[in-house]
Design a protein around this ligand. Structure first.
Ligand code: MN
Length: 255
Protein backbone atom coordinates (compact mmCIF):
# COMPACT_ATOMS: atom_id res chain seq x y z
CA UNK A 1 0.00 0.00 0.00
CA UNK A 2 1.48 3.38 -0.98
CA UNK A 3 1.40 6.48 1.21
CA UNK A 4 -1.34 7.97 -0.97
CA UNK A 5 -3.62 4.95 -0.56
CA UNK A 6 -3.70 5.39 3.23
CA UNK A 7 -5.37 8.80 3.00
CA UNK A 8 -8.87 9.15 4.34
CA UNK A 9 -11.43 11.00 2.22
CA UNK A 10 -14.88 12.15 3.36
CA UNK A 11 -17.49 12.79 0.67
CA UNK A 12 -20.70 14.70 1.33
CA UNK A 13 -23.25 16.57 -0.76
CA UNK A 14 -26.57 18.41 -0.62
CA UNK A 15 -28.52 16.47 -3.25
CA UNK A 16 -28.93 13.51 -0.94
CA UNK A 17 -27.21 10.18 -0.44
CA UNK A 18 -28.87 8.57 -3.47
CA UNK A 19 -27.77 11.20 -6.02
CA UNK A 20 -25.87 10.08 -9.11
CA UNK A 21 -23.24 12.82 -8.87
CA UNK A 22 -22.26 11.69 -5.37
CA UNK A 23 -21.81 8.09 -6.44
CA UNK A 24 -19.82 9.09 -9.54
CA UNK A 25 -17.48 11.22 -7.40
CA UNK A 26 -17.03 8.51 -4.76
CA UNK A 27 -16.29 5.81 -7.34
CA UNK A 28 -13.76 8.05 -9.10
CA UNK A 29 -11.90 8.65 -5.81
CA UNK A 30 -12.10 5.03 -4.59
CA UNK A 31 -8.45 4.19 -5.32
CA UNK A 32 -7.05 7.40 -3.79
CA UNK A 33 -7.52 6.16 -0.25
CA UNK A 34 -10.10 5.11 2.30
CA UNK A 35 -13.28 6.73 1.04
CA UNK A 36 -16.40 7.37 3.14
CA UNK A 37 -19.70 8.87 2.08
CA UNK A 38 -21.75 10.74 4.66
CA UNK A 39 -24.65 12.47 2.94
CA UNK A 40 -28.12 13.78 3.74
CA UNK A 41 -31.03 11.39 3.78
CA UNK A 42 -33.10 13.88 1.75
CA UNK A 43 -32.20 16.57 -0.74
CA UNK A 44 -30.98 19.74 0.98
CA UNK A 45 -30.12 22.02 -1.95
CA UNK A 46 -30.19 25.70 -0.96
CA UNK A 47 -29.85 25.23 2.79
CA UNK A 48 -26.38 26.80 2.81
CA UNK A 49 -24.23 26.28 5.89
CA UNK A 50 -27.08 25.46 8.30
CA UNK A 51 -26.63 22.99 11.14
CA UNK A 52 -29.22 21.10 13.18
CA UNK A 53 -29.09 22.06 16.84
CA UNK A 54 -32.61 21.53 18.24
CA UNK A 55 -33.28 17.86 17.49
CA UNK A 56 -31.35 14.57 17.50
CA UNK A 57 -29.57 13.22 14.41
CA UNK A 58 -29.24 9.60 13.27
CA UNK A 59 -26.25 8.11 11.43
CA UNK A 60 -27.29 5.13 9.30
CA UNK A 61 -25.24 2.74 7.15
CA UNK A 62 -26.61 2.87 3.62
CA UNK A 63 -26.29 0.54 0.64
CA UNK A 64 -25.90 2.34 -2.65
CA UNK A 65 -26.37 0.49 -5.91
CA UNK A 66 -23.33 0.71 -8.19
CA UNK A 67 -21.03 1.95 -5.43
CA UNK A 68 -17.45 0.65 -5.40
CA UNK A 69 -17.41 -2.08 -2.69
CA UNK A 70 -14.38 -0.48 -1.00
CA UNK A 71 -16.49 2.58 -0.07
CA UNK A 72 -18.67 2.76 3.04
CA UNK A 73 -21.75 4.99 2.83
CA UNK A 74 -23.84 6.55 5.61
CA UNK A 75 -26.77 8.92 5.67
CA UNK A 76 -27.75 11.55 8.20
CA UNK A 77 -31.25 13.01 8.61
CA UNK A 78 -29.86 16.55 8.66
CA UNK A 79 -28.14 19.22 6.61
CA UNK A 80 -25.03 18.91 4.42
CA UNK A 81 -22.95 20.56 7.15
CA UNK A 82 -24.34 18.11 9.71
CA UNK A 83 -22.98 15.33 7.48
CA UNK A 84 -19.43 16.70 7.58
CA UNK A 85 -19.63 17.27 11.34
CA UNK A 86 -21.03 13.77 11.92
CA UNK A 87 -18.60 12.17 9.47
CA UNK A 88 -15.60 13.66 11.28
CA UNK A 89 -17.07 12.68 14.65
CA UNK A 90 -17.84 9.07 13.73
CA UNK A 91 -15.04 8.26 11.29
CA UNK A 92 -12.19 10.49 12.45
CA UNK A 93 -10.61 13.54 10.82
CA UNK A 94 -10.07 12.88 7.11
CA UNK A 95 -7.20 14.15 4.95
CA UNK A 96 -9.64 15.59 2.41
CA UNK A 97 -13.30 16.63 2.30
CA UNK A 98 -14.99 16.71 -1.08
CA UNK A 99 -18.57 17.61 -1.85
CA UNK A 100 -20.78 16.90 -4.88
CA UNK A 101 -20.84 16.42 -7.69
CA UNK A 102 -23.77 18.80 -7.34
CA UNK A 103 -26.70 18.63 -9.73
CA UNK A 104 -26.37 22.17 -11.16
CA UNK A 105 -23.69 24.86 -10.96
CA UNK A 106 -22.70 26.86 -7.85
CA UNK A 107 -21.44 30.24 -8.98
CA UNK A 108 -20.95 33.85 -7.97
CA UNK A 109 -23.18 35.33 -5.27
CA UNK A 110 -25.25 32.17 -5.17
CA UNK A 111 -22.42 30.32 -3.41
CA UNK A 112 -23.71 31.26 0.05
CA UNK A 113 -26.97 29.40 -0.64
CA UNK A 114 -25.14 26.26 -1.63
CA UNK A 115 -25.15 23.23 0.65
CA UNK A 116 -22.49 21.72 -1.61
CA UNK A 117 -20.14 24.62 -0.98
CA UNK A 118 -21.07 24.63 2.73
CA UNK A 119 -19.67 21.10 3.14
CA UNK A 120 -16.33 22.38 1.85
CA UNK A 121 -16.53 25.43 4.13
CA UNK A 122 -17.11 23.15 7.11
CA UNK A 123 -14.18 20.92 6.18
CA UNK A 124 -11.96 24.00 5.81
CA UNK A 125 -13.07 25.36 9.19
CA UNK A 126 -12.10 22.05 10.77
CA UNK A 127 -8.68 22.40 9.14
CA UNK A 128 -9.07 19.84 6.35
CA UNK A 129 -8.29 20.66 2.68
CA UNK A 130 -11.73 20.76 1.02
CA UNK A 131 -13.16 20.99 -2.49
CA UNK A 132 -16.74 21.57 -3.69
CA UNK A 133 -17.70 20.09 -7.09
CA UNK A 134 -20.74 21.06 -9.15
CA UNK A 135 -21.85 20.49 -12.72
CA UNK A 136 -24.04 22.45 -15.16
CA UNK A 137 -27.52 21.12 -15.80
CA UNK A 138 -28.08 18.96 -18.85
CA UNK A 139 -30.75 16.52 -19.98
CA UNK A 140 -28.69 13.43 -19.21
CA UNK A 141 -26.31 14.39 -16.42
CA UNK A 142 -23.16 12.54 -17.49
CA UNK A 143 -20.45 12.71 -14.82
CA UNK A 144 -17.77 10.79 -16.79
CA UNK A 145 -15.52 13.77 -17.57
CA UNK A 146 -16.18 15.65 -14.33
CA UNK A 147 -15.53 12.65 -12.07
CA UNK A 148 -12.28 11.88 -13.91
CA UNK A 149 -11.05 15.45 -13.44
CA UNK A 150 -12.24 15.50 -9.81
CA UNK A 151 -10.03 12.48 -9.21
CA UNK A 152 -6.82 14.09 -10.50
CA UNK A 153 -7.53 17.38 -8.75
CA UNK A 154 -8.32 15.60 -5.45
CA UNK A 155 -5.05 13.66 -5.76
CA UNK A 156 -3.17 16.93 -6.30
CA UNK A 157 -4.79 18.57 -3.24
CA UNK A 158 -4.08 15.47 -1.14
CA UNK A 159 -0.45 15.82 -2.18
CA UNK A 160 -0.03 19.60 -1.83
CA UNK A 161 -2.75 20.64 0.66
CA UNK A 162 -4.39 24.07 0.58
CA UNK A 163 -3.51 27.29 2.42
CA UNK A 164 -5.15 28.04 5.79
CA UNK A 165 -8.85 29.13 5.50
CA UNK A 166 -8.81 28.51 1.74
CA UNK A 167 -11.32 26.38 -0.16
CA UNK A 168 -11.68 25.39 -3.81
CA UNK A 169 -14.99 25.72 -5.65
CA UNK A 170 -15.05 23.72 -8.88
CA UNK A 171 -17.73 23.87 -11.57
CA UNK A 172 -17.89 21.53 -14.57
CA UNK A 173 -19.61 22.21 -17.88
CA UNK A 174 -21.87 19.48 -19.18
CA UNK A 175 -20.09 17.19 -21.63
CA UNK A 176 -16.42 17.25 -22.59
CA UNK A 177 -14.67 20.34 -21.13
CA UNK A 178 -12.63 22.63 -23.43
CA UNK A 179 -10.01 23.04 -20.71
CA UNK A 180 -9.64 24.32 -17.17
CA UNK A 181 -9.39 27.90 -15.89
CA UNK A 182 -8.63 29.47 -12.52
CA UNK A 183 -11.40 32.01 -11.98
CA UNK A 184 -12.74 34.67 -9.62
CA UNK A 185 -16.12 34.44 -7.93
CA UNK A 186 -18.41 36.29 -10.32
CA UNK A 187 -21.60 38.26 -9.78
CA UNK A 188 -23.98 35.61 -11.05
CA UNK A 189 -27.08 35.17 -8.90
CA UNK A 190 -30.74 34.30 -9.18
CA UNK A 191 -33.15 37.23 -9.40
CA UNK A 192 -35.70 36.40 -6.71
CA UNK A 193 -38.97 35.25 -8.16
CA UNK A 194 -41.75 34.27 -5.75
CA UNK A 195 -44.67 32.39 -7.29
CA UNK A 196 -47.97 32.77 -5.44
CA UNK A 197 -50.57 30.02 -5.90
CA UNK A 198 -53.58 28.51 -4.18
CA UNK A 199 -53.47 25.12 -2.50
CA UNK A 200 -56.34 22.58 -2.91
CA UNK A 201 -58.02 24.15 0.13
CA UNK A 202 -57.94 27.63 -1.40
CA UNK A 203 -55.19 28.95 0.83
CA UNK A 204 -52.23 30.89 -0.58
CA UNK A 205 -48.82 29.29 -0.73
CA UNK A 206 -45.53 30.68 -2.02
CA UNK A 207 -42.73 29.06 -3.97
CA UNK A 208 -39.36 30.80 -3.95
CA UNK A 209 -37.49 30.50 -7.24
CA UNK A 210 -35.17 32.63 -9.27
CA UNK A 211 -34.09 33.66 -12.73
CA UNK A 212 -30.35 33.22 -13.43
CA UNK A 213 -28.67 36.55 -14.19
CA UNK A 214 -25.35 35.48 -15.70
CA UNK A 215 -22.43 37.91 -15.56
CA UNK A 216 -20.07 39.58 -18.01
CA UNK A 217 -16.76 39.45 -16.18
CA UNK A 218 -14.12 37.82 -18.40
CA UNK A 219 -12.29 36.05 -15.56
CA UNK A 220 -15.36 34.84 -13.63
CA UNK A 221 -16.53 31.36 -12.73
CA UNK A 222 -19.70 31.96 -14.76
CA UNK A 223 -17.84 32.99 -17.94
CA UNK A 224 -15.47 30.02 -17.83
CA UNK A 225 -18.38 27.63 -17.46
CA UNK A 226 -20.39 29.45 -20.12
CA UNK A 227 -17.46 28.94 -22.54
CA UNK A 228 -17.28 25.22 -21.79
CA UNK A 229 -14.30 25.31 -19.40
CA UNK A 230 -13.92 23.78 -15.97
CA UNK A 231 -13.89 26.64 -13.47
CA UNK A 232 -11.69 26.41 -10.36
CA UNK A 233 -12.11 29.29 -7.89
CA UNK A 234 -9.91 29.57 -4.79
CA UNK A 235 -11.92 31.28 -2.03
CA UNK A 236 -10.95 32.71 1.36
CA UNK A 237 -13.19 32.09 4.34
CA UNK A 238 -12.01 35.20 6.17
CA UNK A 239 -14.59 37.82 5.07
CA UNK A 240 -12.82 40.66 6.89
CA UNK A 241 -12.24 43.74 4.70
CA UNK A 242 -8.93 44.74 6.25
CA UNK A 243 -8.33 47.78 4.02
CA UNK A 244 -11.70 49.22 5.18
CA UNK A 245 -11.05 48.81 8.90
CA UNK A 246 -9.39 52.19 9.43
CA UNK A 247 -12.27 53.94 7.63
CA UNK A 248 -14.81 52.18 9.83
CA UNK A 249 -12.82 53.06 12.93
CA UNK A 250 -12.78 56.74 11.82
CA UNK A 251 -16.53 57.00 11.32
CA UNK A 252 -17.63 54.96 14.37
CA UNK A 253 -19.76 57.16 16.63
CA UNK A 254 -18.29 57.70 20.12
CA UNK A 255 -19.93 55.59 22.83
MN1 MN B 1 -27.78 20.43 -4.79
Amino acid sequence: MTELQKKKILIANDDGVFSHGLRALANALADLGEVFIVAPEFEQSGVGHGITVRRPLRFKPTRLEGLDPRIKAFRVDGTPTDCVVMGVHRLGKPDLVVSGINYGPNLGYDLTHSGTFACAIEGTHIGIPSIAFSQSFSDNMDYTHSAAYARVLAAKVLELGLPHKTVLNVNFPSGQPNGVRTTVQGTHHYEDNVAERLDPEGKTYYWVGGVPTGDSEPDSDYTALDQGFISVTPLRLDFTHREFMATVQAFLPEL
